[in-house]
Design a protein around this ligand. Structure first.
Ligand code: SF4
Ligand code: MG
Length: 322
């Protein structure tokens, strides 16, 4: 609810705060049980910051995150949590990172990498852990014998499978996947996507799936949030978003998907050019106005509010509001 994250920029001998990276301005959304919510946008739009704030790697500058546990409890995780709830939260919500080369400790065998969270949460009796690790490795398409090896002995795709095995070992209810395939070869990407989808079907997991690639997000998600410079500019069901993209930025992202029909009228005259502006000094009004072919007089002065333009479909653009 109204999540905001500013990172201070410090400079000079006394490290004074000279500005802020406005990574997230005011993000509102919810995720239901068993649902996949995709978050898409270019680098610097705040999508990774959002994911990391939800797992408590970052403290939000403002706003609240409400966690519903499976006993009917409702907790604001931006406040201090008592130990029991904190443990529950740590187990319920897992994260898979972009780079499988950084996320696994090189000094640990795969067995220990996967064992660690299982032991921390006391999930299975000690003498059954190795059997459970073997089962998890098979579940993600690896041989149980790999348990004795070290991360450097594996390819990027295999390491990401190991990271997936570790994250599902504690039977989480929500897994946040931050660009889980973008460090991998194209040929391996779809294997990981298929693995994540199979695991979801079997284990009743919700995903927050973060990517700069709208095509992959569309494939994975029930609902999609489109982010631009720290703001959610459009959100809708995945099919609805693709059939009726409302925000010019969403249309531009769609037009940049290779193989998209160039004669599609909705997408004509819109190409994403250049880089997004800096989140240190975002443009006033609608942050997309310097790149928007539809911009009007008010667009660089007034920030468009988020409005519901159809049931379950919201956008923040003056084209859709008065
Ligand atoms: Fe373009 Fe104006 Fe809409 Fe922003 S508010 S996306 S500048 S038309
Ligand atoms: Mg990122």
């Amino acid at each position: 609810k109204e999540l905001k994250k500013y990172f201070p920029i410090k400079a000079g001998v006394f490290l004074q705060v000279v500005g802020h990276v406005k990574a997230m301005e005011s993000v509102d959304f919810h995720i239901n049980r068993g649902e996949t919510v995709g978050i898409v946008g270019e680098s610097g739009c705040g999508k990774s910051t959002l994911g990391r704030t939800i797992v408590k790697i970052y403290e939000p500058t403002d706003g609240r995150i409400i966690y519903h546990d499976n006993d009917g409890g409702e907790h604001d995780i931006t406040k201090g949590l008592d130990k029991k709830i904190r443990l529950k939260f740590r187990r319920d919500i897992q994260m898979i990172f972009q780079n499988p080369f950084d996320s696994l400790d090189p000094r640990m065998t795969i067995r220990d990498v996967i064992r660690e969270p299982i032991e921390a949460h006391n999930l299975v009796p000690k003498n059954e852990i190795d059997g459970y690790v073997a089962e998890l490795l098979m579940k993600v398409g690896l041989y149980p014998e790999y348990a004795q090896r070290y991360p450097h002995e594996f390819s990027g795709g295999q390491r990401q499978r190991i990271a997936v095995a570790r994250s599902i070992s504690v039977k989480p209810r929500l897994v946040i996947c931050d660009e889980p395939t973008s460090a991998l070869d194209v040929s391996v990407q779809s294997q990981i996507i298929n693995l994540l989808q199979d695991l979801k079907a079997e284990n009743d997991i919700s995903y927050i799936f973060i990517s700069h690639n709208l095509d992959i997000v569309h494939h994975m998600s029930d609902r999609i949030l489109v982010m631009y410079l720290g703001n959610v500019v459009e959100s809708a069901g995945a099919t609805d978003l693709f059939d009726n993209p409302a925000h010019p930025y969403t249309r531009a992202l769609m037009a940049s998907i290779p193989g998209w029909d160039p004669l599609d009228r909705k997408l004509q005259n819109i190409r994403l050019e250049g880089e997004p502006p800096s989140p240190i000094n975002p443009p006033p009004g609608c942050a997309f106005h310097p790149r928007c072919p539809y911009r009007m007089d008010r667009c660089d002065k007034e920030k468009p509010p988020v409005v519901e333009i159809a049931p379950g479909h919201e956008a923040a653009c003056w084209l859709h509001t008065k």
